[in-house]
Every structure is written in structure tokens, then in C-alpha cells.
Write a protein that binds this ligand. Structure first.
Ligand code: CAA
Length: 247
């Protein structure tokens, strides 16, 4: 069986970890990208996965930089092989109401959450088209669909991902490459744990299912889209939000 190479940006994070683990279970050769400044943490993360029998490669790279993304993709291609599956999962929050938001808080979120999708995808897409197979899955958010108090930056970046996804999907539709997005709702990770308890509780109270999602529930949908059999789904957005926003 051919082992497809899957690159997951932000692969050592809350959602990224579950996605790496699920894709490994599905038989992919998975590479988790991490921020170069977090080398020690990434190595410890890799060892922790290995202790559970899950073998994942790791690769540094700041995906908010076009040049770093280029070097990262080149290194993965050289060390492991060309990327068949790209999951753009790297993301941060800098929550503030717009009236208090600094230029830096806007920029950091836009470069890490949206520019990164261009930066990394731009460097993998030619090889996918040439080989006639590719899967790009972009992690967006329910808040890119409905907006969220305190998240003008984050919601704008996540909404931008939908436009990117649908456009690229059209460009490569005849080449065996699918491009989709997954929009998680509120999932139990460090990102949502960082929210003030009362704010988080109030939001979870509005979720029809009455609970947060688990990273594994997101990873399952990502892996489904990455499967070769999901060949006729492209330009789609799959909401995984417990019913918080229905469209
Ligand atoms: N709608 C309307 N008014 C609201 C509100 C809401 N949802 N939330 C707060 N307010 C009101 C408050 O009642 C308060 O009113 P008063 O001034 O009259 O008392 C006022 O707005 C507070 O405004 P501030 O500018 O002072 O805001 P703050 O500094 O207290 O807090 C915030 C702002 C940090 C953004 C806080 O609202 C917050 O953390 N919001 C949650 C943002 C969020 O959902 N983040 C998701 C992170 S996880 C993630 O992003 C993953 C994913 O994809 C889902």
C-alpha cells in the first residue's frame, strides 16, 4: 500500500495532535509542523506519541512566513517525500473588541491564520497537480461563518479561508486535487480553555448539543476528507459545531 505523506501545520497543537494521530491510524506518513521556537516541546510531543505507538515526523517552520513555508515544504519533500495531503491547522487567537484591538493583534492573527494558508498551499500545489492527486483541508471556524464578539481579526481570517478554499478548489478540480474546509465549533483545547470561564460557559449554553466538541470529532471529519474515496467532494465546508450554527 502506498503511504501518503500528510503535512499538518500546527500539528502539535490541540486539534493538530488529534488530526496527526487519526491520519497516522489511517495509514498516512504524517509530518507535524511546529514553530521553530518550540523545538524542545515538539520533540517531547513526538516522544509522547511514540510511547503510545504512534509514529509521527516533525518539521519546524513559521507558517506565517512565505520563505519559512517554502523551506519547510522543501525539507519534507527531501526527507520524507512530496506532500499528498496538507492540513492547514495552524491558528491563534488575540481576542479583543475592535475598539481595543491593536494593529499588532490584527496582523498576528491574519498572518498566522490566513496568510499561512496561502504560504504553505502555494508550495505544495504544483507537485500535487503534477502527480494527479492531492488533498488540502483548511481548518476554519464556526466564527468565520457567524462572527463572534471579540473576534473581528479571527473571524475575518477564518471567513477568508472559505473564499480561498472555494477558489482553489475550482482551479484544481480537474487535477485530482480536492480543497475543502472544516469549521469546528467550540472544542476542548488550550485555545478555548484560555477564555474566561463565564464567557465560555455562556457560549456552550447556546450549543444545541449542550457540550463542547472533542478534538477527535474534528480529526475524524478531516481524515474523511483526506481519504482517496472522498474524491467528489471539493470546495465544501463541513461544519462540526454541535449545532451552534446551522446553514
Ligand atoms: N454580545 C454582546 N455584548 C457582549 C458580549 C456579547 N457576546 N460579550 C460581552 N459583551 C459586553 C459585556 O457585557 C460588557 O458590557 P458592559 O461594558 O456594558 O458591561 C462589554 O461587552 C465588554 O466589552 P469589553 O470591550 O470591555 O470586553 P472585555 O475586555 O470584557 O472582553 C473579550 C472582550 C475578551 C473579547 C471577551 O468578550 C471574550 O473573551 N469573548 C469570547 C471570544 C471568543 O469566543 N473566543 C473564542 C476563542 S476559541 C476559538 O476561537 C476557537 C474557535 O474557532 C471557536
Amino acid at each position: 500500500m502506498v503511504r501518503r505523506v500528510a503535512l499538518v501545520t500546527g500539528g502539535t497543537g490541540g486539534l493538530g495532535t488529534a488530526i496527526c494521530r487519526e491520519l497516522t491510524r489511517q495509514g498516512c506518513l504524517v509530518v507535524a509542523n511546529y514553530l521553530p521556537s518550540l523545538e524542545t516541546e515538539a520533540r517531547a510531543w513526538q516522544q509522547a506519541q511514540l510511547a503510545e505507538g504512534i509514529e509521527v515526523e516533525i518539521e519546524p517552520g513559521d507558517v506565517s512566513s512565505f520563505e519559512d513555508a517554502r523551506a519547510m515544504v522543501a525539507s519534507v519533500a527531501k526527507r520524507i517525500g512530496p506532500v499528498d495531503i496538507l492540513v492547514n491547522c495552524a491558528g491563534i487567537t488575540r481576542d479583543k473588541t475592535l475598539r481595543k484591538m491593536s494593529d499588532q493583534q490584527w496582523r498576528e492573527v491574519m498572518t498566522t491564520n490566513l496568510d499561512s494558508v496561502f504560504n504553505v498551499t502555494r508550495h505544495v500545489i504544483d507537485a500535487m497537480v503534477e502527480r494527479g492527486f492531492g488533498r488540502v483541508v483548511n481548518i476554519s471556524s464556526v466564527n468565520g461563518q457567524k462572527g463572534q464578539f471579540g473576534q473581528c481579526n479571527y473571524a475575518a481570517a477564518k471567513a477568508g479561508i472559505h473564499g480561498f478554499t472555494m477558489s482553489l478548489a475550482q482551479e484544481v478540480a480537474t487535477k485530482g486535487v480536492t480543497v475543502n474546509s472544516v469549521s469546528p465549533g467550540y472544542v476542548a483545547t488550550a485555545m478555548t480553555l484560555a477564555m474566561p470561564d463565564e464567557v465560555r460557559n455562556a457560549i456552550v449554553a447556546q450549543v444545541p448539543m449542550g457540550r463542547m466538541g472533542t478534538p477527535e470529532e474534528i480529526a475524524h471529519v478531516v481524515a474523511f476528507l483526506c481519504d482517496p474515496r472522498a474524491a467528489y467532494i471539493t470546495g465544501a465546508n463541513i461544519p462540526v459545531n454541535g449545532g451552534l450554527y446551522m446553514s
